[in-house]
Design a protein around this ligand. Sequence first.
Ligand code: FAD
Length: 508
Amino acid sequence: MPQNTYDVTIVGGGHNGLVAAAYLAKAGKSVLILEANSEIGGATTSVRAFAEYDAMLSRYSYLVSLLPDQIISDLGLNFQCLSRKISSYTPYSRDGRDLGLYVARQWDQETADSFNQIDPTGAEWQAWQSFYNELAVFAEKIAPTMLMPLQSRSELKAMINMPEVWDYLMERPIGEVIQSRFKNDIVRGVILTDALVGTFASAFEMQANICFLYHLIGNGTGEWKVPYGGMGALVKELERVAIAAGVTIKVNSRVTSVTTTDSKATALLEDGTEISAQYILSNAAPQTLAKLRGTTPPQSLEGAQMKINILLKALPKLKSGIEPRLAFAGTFHANESFSTFEAVFADAKIGKLADKLPIEMYCHTLTDPSILSSELQDAGYQTLTLFGFHTPAALFEADNEDTKARALKAALASLNELLVEPIETVMAAVEVKSPLDIEAEIGLPKGNIFHKDLSFPFREDAQRPGWGVETDDPRIFICGAGAIRGGGVSGIPGHNAAMAVLAAFQID
Ligand SMILES: Cc1cc2nc3c(=O)[nH]c(=O)nc-3n(C[C@H](O)[C@H](O)[C@H](O)COP(=O)(O)OP(=O)(O)OC[C@H]3O[C@@H](n4cnc5c(N)ncnc54)[C@H](O)[C@@H]3O)c2cc1C
């Protein structure tokens, strides 16, 4: 007879469900993960996207910053992230000349020269340095709180003790500080991108601030690193550790309802099987959990990004003349000035797809070629991971395939403007994922990459203390991206839900 009773059942086998399961099993609890798909990993998988090429692409998420080193060491994960020397490159043209803003991770002469080309007075690079120096101190202070019970707004503000930075990050639209401290539209746009990843907002909406904050606090540095072996390597390691600790994982097991009594929580599977446990953790989005419980789903923005995975026969040459291995190693921004972002957002809001999308991309294989077979490596193949902005799910609803084709064209148009030869001349294969595809394939509501809108990493002063993973039912917790401090590849809500449940077991 299969076992149908556990201490904890987890709905969904994304990376956060695996993190929660591993912590709980290591603490001696019996844990079952129920995953709807035939594979675990959710948005953190690597796949052979093109049957004819032996290349394992990070199909959805592709860079890591938010995963605390503490989780890696607590769980004993053999998972490594690699630094990139270049932070970003942003080509632009001025007076008929093709130029580029080059930003190394560690400030260097090339970076200084590149800023001086944009603004010979030096004001723009000085503004850049002082802004990011302030943010670095702020990030260092806030990062360790992510794996602690939620602090209140006042407690966190007092602990950080940087009132001016707090004000422009937490209280006023991020667009205001960017406009007041920087003059150049391209520099402003490079800064703004971090506020708009997966977030369909104007620079002057507070949701952009929250996204910005999460993009700079990871591990206290905000550095975005390349997952060695691709994003799927993280899932493999989490699976190994979870199983070694005694976790049971069942795939092809979609949960269709969740109910509770005073003493237990029950998950019902599609085939009618009932699993009971003392607690249920939802790695599925809060909107999905609400459906499973028959309650009202929380409001959220829809997803607004295009993910385009490309296999290249060679890197393309740039009109600006920069060595392509430098240009594509960090984040490559195209058509991403501040004013373009605002204009494209306004159009997308009224249902118009831009002719040229704001896009950013990077080449994983320049830092980590191991995701390609040795034959592809020897033949000079590379990958390009492209993320397109301000393409909300609603744009795709009338005809997903047709809109994807148009959006791909609009994304490549932005890139081709900057290249000597069109990207198509070196492209071996391409796949496009719209927000609707992401919902259909891995269940992210309307393709929202954070499950639902990100929240600031504190509770309001009047709210009850907790870990940010609690629901209105004491038997149900959220262990996925939709928790407070969830969102992104972080394991944070998985860790925090495990801690909350272990505390609940002690009271039981
Ligand atoms: C295109 C894209 C690019 C991204 N890029 C990055 C990036 O570079 N860096 C970064 O940090 N973040 C990125 N993100 C965000 C990040 O990947 C996610 O926020 C994070 O992976 C969510 O992890 P999770 O474990 O909470 O949930 P998920 O990965 O969404 O896993 C949830 C799991 O629950 C399962 N499930 C849902 N409903 C049920 C049910 N009823 N029964 C059983 N199982 C169910 C799903 O099948 C899924 O496997 C990206 C996301 C996307 C989509």
